[in-house]
Design a binder for this molecule. Structure first.
Ligand SMILES: [Zn+2]
Length: 157
């Protein structure tokens, strides 16, 4: 029997906490990607010659044909906004002080899309799919080798 539950409160649940811990490792290609981001302020992708497809962030294998690939191509910093959404609540459902815009961007030279926040445009024009954006990085001394070294996508006029 498949029963549609329309109200989350109707789902059987047990209150409590689960002590879950995790450690994220970016992998071989991911470490190269984050080191390049921190030290040189560039975005590294991986190109699969067999598929003619460029991933970003860099990968160590092609997700389409499983060929071994390496972080071998710089992409961006410019790109095209392919899609976006505006969030009014955080991951816990709590209201945000200010709405945040998140965008999927195809960086120049890449095929894969990169998700990150979209910075407020300089004017009051509404955001549109297809707009040109560029990656805005933190200053070199402030970078730590994290995806947050990218402040966001800056909308170009
Ligand atoms: Zn491939």
């Amino acid at each position: 029997m498949i029963e549609k539950i329309a109200r989350p409160a109707d789902i059987r649940h047990v209150d409590g906490d689960l002590p879950v811990r995790h450690r994220y490792t970016p992998g071989v290609a991911g470490e190269v990607f984050f080191a390049a981001l921190r030290e040189r302020g560039v975005l590294l992708g991986s190109r699969c010659g067999a598929c003619a497809y460029t991933y970003v962030p860099a990968r160590s294998f092609c997700e389409r044909c499983f060929a071994e690939i390496s972080p071998d191509v710089e992409v961006g910093p410019g790109g095209e906004l392919v899609s976006f959404t505006i969030a009014f609540v955080d991951v816990d459902g709590e209201p945000l002080d200010l709405p945040q815009t998140f965008g999927l961007v195809r960086l120049d030279g890449a095929d894969a899309l990169l998700l990150h926040r979209v910075m407020d445009p300089p004017d009051e024009e509404p955001l549109e799919v297809g707009e040109r954006v560029e990656v805005a990085l933190r200053s070199a001394p402030a970078r730590t080798g994290s995806i947050l070294d990218i402040e966001g996508f800056r909308v170009l006029g």
